[in-house]
Design a protein around this ligand. Sequence first.
Ligand code: ZN
Length: 98
Amino acid sequence: MQKVRPAIPQRRCVGCRLVKPQPELLRLVAEEGRAVPGKGKPGRGCWLCREEKCAREALRKGEIPRALKGKAGAPGLASLLDWMGLRLDGDRDGGLKS
Ligand SMILES: [Zn+2]
Protein backbone atom coordinates (compact mmCIF):
# COMPACT_ATOMS: atom_id res chain seq x y z
CA MET A 1 0.00 0.00 0.00
CA GLN A 2 1.09 3.48 -0.75
CA LYS A 3 1.22 5.93 2.08
CA VAL A 4 -1.11 8.89 1.91
CA ARG A 5 0.93 12.03 1.94
CA PRO A 6 -0.10 14.25 4.81
CA ALA A 7 0.02 17.24 2.48
CA ILE A 8 -3.21 16.11 0.82
CA PRO A 9 -6.16 17.78 2.55
CA GLN A 10 -8.65 15.44 4.14
CA ARG A 11 -12.38 15.98 3.94
CA ARG A 12 -15.38 14.28 5.44
CA CYS A 13 -17.98 12.67 3.20
CA VAL A 14 -21.53 13.73 4.10
CA GLY A 15 -22.78 10.27 3.13
CA CYS A 16 -20.63 7.79 5.02
CA ARG A 17 -18.97 10.36 7.32
CA LEU A 18 -15.53 8.95 6.65
CA VAL A 19 -12.61 11.30 6.23
CA LYS A 20 -10.84 10.81 2.92
CA PRO A 21 -8.25 12.55 0.78
CA GLN A 22 -9.87 15.48 -0.96
CA PRO A 23 -9.07 14.33 -4.55
CA GLU A 24 -11.17 11.22 -4.00
CA LEU A 25 -14.24 13.23 -3.15
CA LEU A 26 -16.80 15.21 -5.11
CA ARG A 27 -17.33 18.76 -3.92
CA LEU A 28 -20.75 20.35 -4.00
CA VAL A 29 -21.45 24.03 -3.49
CA ALA A 30 -24.61 26.09 -3.24
CA GLU A 31 -25.18 28.16 -6.35
CA GLU A 32 -28.39 30.07 -6.97
CA GLY A 33 -30.29 27.83 -4.62
CA ARG A 34 -29.07 24.62 -6.13
CA ALA A 35 -26.30 22.21 -5.21
CA VAL A 36 -23.84 21.96 -8.06
CA PRO A 37 -20.41 20.40 -8.52
CA GLY A 38 -18.08 23.04 -7.20
CA LYS A 39 -14.49 21.97 -7.52
CA GLY A 40 -12.48 25.09 -6.81
CA LYS A 41 -15.53 27.30 -6.44
CA PRO A 42 -15.73 29.65 -3.49
CA GLY A 43 -18.37 29.48 -0.84
CA ARG A 44 -19.94 26.93 1.38
CA GLY A 45 -19.27 23.42 0.16
CA CYS A 46 -19.69 19.83 1.14
CA TRP A 47 -17.96 16.66 0.10
CA LEU A 48 -19.09 13.26 -1.03
CA CYS A 49 -17.33 10.04 -2.00
CA ARG A 50 -17.69 9.12 -5.63
CA GLU A 51 -19.86 6.19 -4.67
CA GLU A 52 -23.51 5.51 -5.22
CA LYS A 53 -24.06 4.38 -1.66
CA CYS A 54 -22.77 7.67 -0.31
CA ALA A 55 -24.94 9.64 -2.72
CA ARG A 56 -27.99 7.66 -1.66
CA GLU A 57 -27.15 7.95 2.01
CA ALA A 58 -26.56 11.69 1.83
CA LEU A 59 -29.84 12.21 -0.02
CA ARG A 60 -31.78 9.92 2.29
CA LYS A 61 -30.62 11.77 5.37
CA GLY A 62 -30.86 15.22 3.84
CA GLU A 63 -27.21 15.84 4.53
CA ILE A 64 -26.52 17.98 1.50
CA PRO A 65 -28.95 20.84 2.25
CA ARG A 66 -27.82 20.66 5.86
CA ALA A 67 -24.14 20.82 4.97
CA LEU A 68 -24.87 23.75 2.66
CA LYS A 69 -26.66 25.54 5.50
CA GLY A 70 -29.95 25.45 3.66
CA LYS A 71 -28.58 27.56 0.82
CA ALA A 72 -29.37 24.83 -1.67
CA GLY A 73 -31.72 21.90 -2.02
CA ALA A 74 -30.51 18.39 -2.62
CA PRO A 75 -29.67 17.47 -6.20
CA GLY A 76 -31.23 14.43 -7.79
CA LEU A 77 -29.54 11.08 -7.45
CA ALA A 78 -29.05 10.85 -11.20
CA SER A 79 -27.28 14.23 -11.24
CA LEU A 80 -25.04 13.24 -8.36
CA LEU A 81 -24.03 9.99 -10.01
CA ASP A 82 -23.44 11.79 -13.27
CA TRP A 83 -21.09 14.23 -11.52
CA MET A 84 -19.34 11.30 -9.92
CA GLY A 85 -18.86 9.71 -13.29
CA LEU A 86 -21.25 6.90 -12.39
CA ARG A 87 -24.40 5.75 -14.12
CA LEU A 88 -27.71 5.35 -12.43
CA ASP A 89 -28.92 1.79 -12.71
CA GLY A 90 -32.63 2.40 -12.76
CA ASP A 91 -33.51 -1.28 -12.91
CA ARG A 92 -32.09 -1.99 -9.51
CA ASP A 93 -33.95 -1.44 -6.21
CA GLY A 94 -37.01 -0.21 -8.08
CA GLY A 95 -36.69 3.11 -6.30
CA LEU A 96 -37.28 5.19 -9.36
CA LYS A 97 -40.54 3.75 -10.54
CA SER A 98 -43.46 6.07 -10.13
ZN1 ZN B 1 -18.74 8.43 1.57
